[in-house]
Design a protein around this ligand. Structure first.
Ligand SMILES: [Fe+2]
Length: 256
């Protein structure tokens, strides 16, 4: 079974449209899921949610979705510097003030976690567990440099065994590690990558087929970046969020 999983769309409609086209034309996916953080940072929260609903793509709640849905005082995002922190608050206020009631309801109804079992559990094979951040919290950042011990603790919490796949996002940086046979897959971000590559990222998992084999393909998809940047500039969102998309979150290269 081929499963496409995409996370952290963040209201970037041009990026989402291109990923859906890539899934339809290249991924040959049997099923598609999202990992939450559907809104924030770009000006199409209602449109992105409506597109996922129309496409019938289920998924889990990101921290941004939960906080917008409950009108919480901040988005649950953490930043390494004060400038990014301030921008993130402005983006959150913009989003919180503008999302339609129907979008808010949709975000509030997203589950915390989804478990996929081969043929609904009728066949032996790997379990695929989808969460936004970690199996304990959707605000906790699971970076690639976390210890094996941390990964195994999370796997135990989630009930994942050797051969299973734990799939998450939230850091916006894609990676795949295997610890004691358990696959840990961060899918990266569709709408706001932070690994220095501006292209939208998602993964295609290939699991099952009567075995416990798992393969993970990281895909990067070009999209209409100018449209996304223009949309941000025209929306009243901070201009810096447009530049962030162009650099893929990489710090600007000093001149000379
Ligand atoms: Fe996110």
């Amino acid at each position: 079974m081929r499963i496409a999983v995409m996370g952290d769309i963040h209201a970037n409609l041009p990026a989402l449209e291109s990923v859906l086209t890539d899934i339809a034309t290249h991924a040959r996916a049997d099923a598609t899921y999202h990992l939450g953080d559907l809104v924030g940072y770009a000006p199409w929260p209602d449109e992105a949610v409506a597109l996922l609903e129309r496409a019938g793509i289920p998924g889990v709640a990101g921290n941004y979705d939960s906080t917008v849905a409950t009108d919480y005082k901040h988005c649950g995002c953490k930043y390494e510097d004060a400038v990014q922190e301030a921008l993130s608050h402005r983006s959150y206020e913009w989003t919180r003030a503008r999302v339609a009631p129907a979008t808010r309801r949709f975000l509030g109804g997203l589950p915390f976690r989804i478990d996929l079992l081969p043929n609904g559990g009728h066949l032996a094979g790997p379990k695929v567990i989808l969460v936004h951040g970690t199996p304990t919290l959707n605000t906790l950042y699971w970076t690639e440099d976390r210890s094996d011990e941390f990964c195994l603790k999370m796997a135990a919490h989630a009930g994942a065994a050797a051969g299973d796949v734990l799939c998450f996002g939230h850091t916006h940086k894609p990676w795949h590690r295997t610890v004691q046979g358990i696959h840990f897959v961060n899918t990266g971000s569709v709408g706001r990558p932070k690994d220095g590559d501006w292209r939208a990222g998602y993964v295609v998992l290939e699991v099952g087929g009567g075995t416990r084999s798992v393969s993970v393909e990281f895909r990067r998809v070009e999209y209409d970046l100018e449209r996304a940047m223009g949309g941000i500039r025209a929306s009243g969102l901070p201009e810096e969020l447009a530049d962030y998309l162009r650099t893929g979150g990489a710090p600007p290269i000093p001149p000379g």
